[in-house]
Design a protein around this ligand. Structure first.
Ligand code: SAH
Length: 351
């Protein structure tokens, strides 16, 4: 994907190998140089051209003139004393900041990346959206969150979730290119089955994603079992009804065969009764889906409270009695501003 910065430079790390080959040829260089450059960027995770030992100096100079090379800078890292989760604050070339999280599980290392700087979806309980949307991230900037965490931790990343700040379906083309590059055999070659994209429910783009016939997982942020309650938590519910959202998810399953995940943040006194669980079971009955229950992570700007543990378990039991698969999300990194957008926001306010 050819993306030009405001200075007219082509974003080199957002190009696939074929596109890079065309660019390199147009600079009067042989095609094999493109392959070498691609490998340095996407396999060896080079931070700049200077690390690329088999690239001639003259080509490096041309590249610096012609291309923009995305590389995030590590501004802060916080390590959870509870579970070892690491939260990174990265700086971008234009002075913006984003957050990414590394979670270590038995099945591997999972990275949660941001897809936008800020967000314009306005979900009431979410810290990422408090200051609105700054801009969408480039494919290269999404990739480099994973590359940087691999470089810093020295460990292979096996799973990626696009569940950090931002709404991925509001940055559709860039997220799609990101998925393609991340799962490209010439790069990190991450299995699409290990990539999950989470959305608050932009119906037309869920359908568009289904038609791409990728093998990535779709997670839908549901958070309520009827439109009335959903509207109180998520402004997007004023645009698309639950029926339209669920239909789009069904369509995604039909086109891809991938099991759906529904995220449900339990908010004390708002959506956490057994009646809510019953209504949710009716809504999701017959779908090949799993419900991920997340006790809401309270943010200080809003007065939502967490559901008590016993009620969380009762909610899960009620779903299971109605034959709905459910898990309770382990709350990773509670002690390190784990909720979306909290760390970035604190950093900005402190400056
Ligand atoms: N915009 C996308 C992805 C980013 S948010 C989406 O809405 O899915 C990732 C998940 O975290 C979403 O389910 C979101 O609703 C949830 N979330 C955001 N803030 C939260 C909080 N304070 N407590 C619990 N879950 C939260």
């Amino acid at each position: 994907m050819i993306i030009k910065t405001s200075e007219g430079l082509v974003d080199i790390k957002s190009l696939n190998l074929q596109e890079l080959t065309e660019e390199i040829k147009s600079l009067g260089e042989p095609a094999f140089r493109a392959k070498q450059l691609y490998e340095w960027m996407h396999k060896k995770l080079a931070r700049n051209y200077d690390e690329m030992t088999n690239i001639p100096k003259s080509l490096k100079e041309k590249c610096k003139e012609h291309f923009f090379y995305a590389c995030v800078s590590q501004e802060r890292v916080q390590v959870s004393q509870i579970d070892g989760t690491q939260k990174f604050l990265f700086g971008l070339h234009d002075g913006n900041f984003i957050e990414s999280v590394l979670m270590k599980y038995k099945f591997g290392n999972s990275v949660c990346i941001s897809s936008q700087v800020g967000c314009r979806m306005g979900c009431r309980f979410c810290a990422s959206t408090l200051d609105g949307l700054e801009r969408g991230l480039l494919p290269s900037e999404m990739l480099d969150q994973i590359y940087a965490i691999t470089r810093i931790s020295g460990e292979r990343v096996s799973h990626v979730v696009v569940m950090g700040s931002g709404e991925p379906m509001d940055n559709y083309d860039n997220v799609l290119q990101f998925v393609r590059l991340l799962s490209d055999e010439n790069g990190l070659n991450l299995s699409q089955r290990n990539i999950t994209v989470s959305t608050c429910g932009l119906v037309p783009n869920i359908r568009r994603l289904a038609d791409e016939h990728l093998q990535i997982n779709l997670a839908l942020s549901l958070h309520a079992s009827n439109d009335e309650k959903r509207k109180k938590l998520m402004p997007i519910a004023n645009t698309y009804t639950l029926e339209e959202v669920i239909d789009a998810c069904k369509y995604y399953f039909d086109q891809t065969g991938r099991q759906l995940t529904f995220e449900y943040a339990l908010v004390g006194g708002v959506n956490d009764t057994e009646d809510d669980a019953k209504e949710l079971s009716e809504l999701l009955g017959g779908l090949n889906a799993i419900v991920n229950l997340i006790p809401v992570n309270p943010i200080k700007e809003r007065d939502f409270i967490e559901t008590e543990r016993s009620k969380v378990i009762a909610f899960k039991n009620k779903l299971e009695k109605n034959r709905i698969n459910a898990t309770i999300r382990r709350e990773m990194g509670r002690d390190i501003d784990g909720a979306c957008g909290q760390l970035r926001r604190r950093h900005m306010l402190e400056k």
